[in-house]
Write a protein that binds this ligand. Structure first.
Ligand SMILES: [Zn+2]
Length: 419
């Protein structure tokens, strides 16, 4: 990166860590200089300080002005593209198609019901939805959003807060396997000199959360049959969350039985006790957690073959091909269902392919994206030759060679030969 004339790098600048929220990194950065985040940004960003305009921490993690990120990039050497991925705005269009909540019902049905996992296409029907954004509040909270964090991570030296701490995507820490807890409860325990709350998350919840975290930190989620783009994973997860929230009275008998098994196994009342349907984003935190638990349970039941999927995306969650599913006893008009499923699969796959193409196109100009893709491609490289092959592949697709790092020292030493 060229540093603009007259702008000097700050002497010390800790690197952002995977999945970290912008304000978490800014807090660590400011602490180095014994400043608050406000002091650091208001007096040390040159003209970009004026863009702050009284921004709160939530504003900075939401969608800060690009000029502010560029000013930070010039002073820290971290690319602005990488900084943007530490904000909600950087996750458009993967987390949400847009941050405009006005599209309401149309946005809801496109994101959540265009495809299906458990249910046959169209079975979920339609619901009227007011202003709506996937995963996020439709209206920006006026005060700091409640954060859920890992009690073990919080006690580590130099802790970070992930961007997902304010987004109801995960229930557990992918590193420590314990349930996320309210930040306030952890702080209260510390103030009273007591140990923080600590609950180990069940294995099926950890499995789901590790997949989501893989997507949030690498851009790709490795499923039994293929790796998918995180944008497709988030839509599939949100679709499944929606399906477990639907009243069984409007579903086929087979689907209703699957939902009953899911809720019984998860040991929660059906639909987390809601009597009138509402989108996941508007539910209380306790109900959101129950819905996520039911979704993790559903994935486990699909994986172990206790329930079968009839939706356009269900095949991604099972090892066998769709044609292998025995459906001789199914009461459905199987031929029509298959035609539906086939069409849906084609649509989903075309969309995923388009997303990946766009991603590669971005890597031509954005070093952070290039490094992210390169990291995924070389993750399983066992030799320097394999590593170089992936580098050549990226360069052939238009990524400048200067964006692609050398392997870390010692990675391909003989002792690392078997991974
Ligand atoms: Zn942790």
């Amino acid at each position: 990166m060229t540093v603009a004339q007259g702008v000097r790098r700050w002497p010390i600048h800790p690197r952002p860590r995977p999945g970290e929220a912008l304000t978490s990194w800014l807090g660590r950065l400011a602490a180095v200089y014994r400043l608050s985040v406000g002091q650091l940004l208001q007096h040390n960003l040159g003209p970009a300080s004026a863009l702050l305009n009284g921004a709160t921490a939530d504003d900075l993690d939401w969608d800060p002005p690009l000029a502010l990120l560029e000013a930070l990039a010039m002073r820290t050497g971290t690319e602005s593209g990488e900084l943007r991925l530490m904000t909600v705005g950087g996750w458009v269009p993967w987390l949400a198609d847009t941050l405009d909540a006005e599209r309401g019902s149309e946005a809801f049905h496109t994101y959540t019901r265009q495809d299906s996992v458990l249910l046959i296409p169209g079975e979920a029907g339609t619901n009227a939805v007011e202003r709506w954004l996937p995963w996020l509040p439709a209206d920006r909270p006026t005060r700091r959003a409640a954060r859920r964090i890992c009690p073990v991570c919080a006690a580590a030296p130099d802790p970070i807060t992930p961007l997902t701490a304010t987004i109801p995507l995960m229930l557990s820490c992918p590193e420590h396997g314990c349930r996320l807890e309210a930040e306030g409860d952890i702080a209260l325990a510390a103030a009273m000199g007591k140990p923080p709350p600590h609950r180990t998350a069940p294995e099926h919840i950890q499995t789901l959360d590790r997949l989501t975290w893989m997507g949030m930190t690498t851009g790709t989620v490795v499923l039994p049959r293929q790796a998918v783009h995180v944008g497709l994973w988030l839509r599939m997860l949100r679709t499944l969350l929606d399906e477990v929230s639907i009243s069984t009275s409007r579903l086929r008998r087979r689907s209703a039985a699957a939902l009953e098994l899911i809720w019984n196994t998860a040991a929660w009342p059906p639909r987390a006790g809601i009597s009138v349907w509402r989108p996941y984003e508007t539910l209380s935190i306790a109900r959101q957690e129950a819905m996520l638990e039911a979704t993790a349970t559903a994935l486990d039941l699909i994986r172990t073959g206790k329930i079968t999927t009839c939706g356009t995306l269900g095949h991604l969650l099972t090892r066998q091909s769709h044609q292998d599913v025995y459906d001789g006893d199914r009461p459905d008009p199987a031929v029509e269902v298959r035609a539906f499923v086939h069409d849906g699969l084609r649509r989903s796959w075309e969309q995923a392919t388009r997303d990946v193409e766009e991603w590669f196109a971005t890597a031509r100009t954005d070093p952070a994206v290039a490094r992210q893709i390169f990291g995924i491609l070389t993750h399983y490289s066992r030799t320097g030759e394999e590593y170089d092959r992936e580098r050549d592949f990226m360069i052939r697709h238009g990524t400048p060679a200067s964006f692609l790092p050398d392997p870390e020292p010692g990675r391909f030493a003989p002792s690392n030969g078997v991974r």
